[in-house]
Write a protein that binds this ligand. Sequence first.
Ligand SMILES: Nc1ncnc2c1ncn2[C@@H]1O[C@H](COP(=O)(O)OP(=O)(O)OP(=O)(O)O)[C@@H](O)[C@H]1O
Ligand SMILES: Nc1nc2c(ncn2[C@@H]2O[C@H](COP(=O)(O)O)[C@@H](O)[C@H]2O)c(=O)[nH]1
Length: 215
Amino acid sequence: MSNLDTLKDQRRGLMIVLSSPSGAGKTTMTRRLLAQDPQIAMSVSVTTRSPRPGERDGEDYYFITKDKFAALEAEDELLEHARVFDNYYGTPREPVEEALADGKDIVFDIDWQGAQQLTEAAADDLVKIFILPPNMRELEQRLRTRAQDSDDVIAKRMNKSENEISHWAEYDYVLVNENIDRAMGELLSIVTAERMRRKRQPWLSGFVKGLIEGQ
Ligand SMILES: Nc1ncnc2c1ncn2[C@@H]1O[C@H](COP(=O)(O)OP(=O)(O)OP(=O)(O)O)[C@@H](O)[C@H]1O
Ligand SMILES: Nc1nc2c(ncn2[C@@H]2O[C@H](COP(=O)(O)O)[C@@H](O)[C@H]2O)c(=O)[nH]1
């Protein structure tokens, strides 16, 4: 690793928030982002909902009881929390603080209520991205193709999608996930540009000073 690479590593991590109506592709894009970039960690939420087939405790979510959720909330161990589709979801505080201090970027797959709470708690580190589906027919089709929720649950999620979409203008970036490769390209561009913001590169003033002084 060059000296410049070592300097560039001295930055606080980004908090990358992905929100969308259910089924637009947050989980898919988060998984691809993690696979492509080892500097990015995932915030694993706690939830009171039951696991879907194939979901693993501690990887997709920490699946917990309502009592345990209430205890975490009372002990202020959640950075944000919300009731979504009749279940409770929340972001454990400690792993996020550790990852940021470690210079890792951390991605959050959370709804608009969580994004609003993080804006109040940590606006400086936050990059908020909203993902839209190309159209509502395709959104419903994706929920059906995923084949992990009952017709009832899918209907509930489609009913709430308009409300989630109504928050799109609260986000820094908005992308339409029609073609997954293109959407991933757009997401990676956002992450790259946000890392390069001057305020996120505190090492620059020392570097420029050395440059001018001919070191
Ligand atoms: N661009 C795309 N084209 C076609 N299918 C897609 C695309 N992006 C994602 N999908 C598929 O759509 C389904 C829903 O995606 P995903 O689970 O990532 O959505 P989500 O936003 O995380 O939903 P939720 O909020 O319910 O967790 C999945 O089956 C996924 O493979
Ligand atoms: N405010 C929060 N919202 C969260 C969190 N974890 C997930 N979510 C959102 O819930 C819905 C439904 O998720 P699903 O896995 O049941 O399909 C979706 O919009 C997620 O983004 C959280 O910790 N806080």
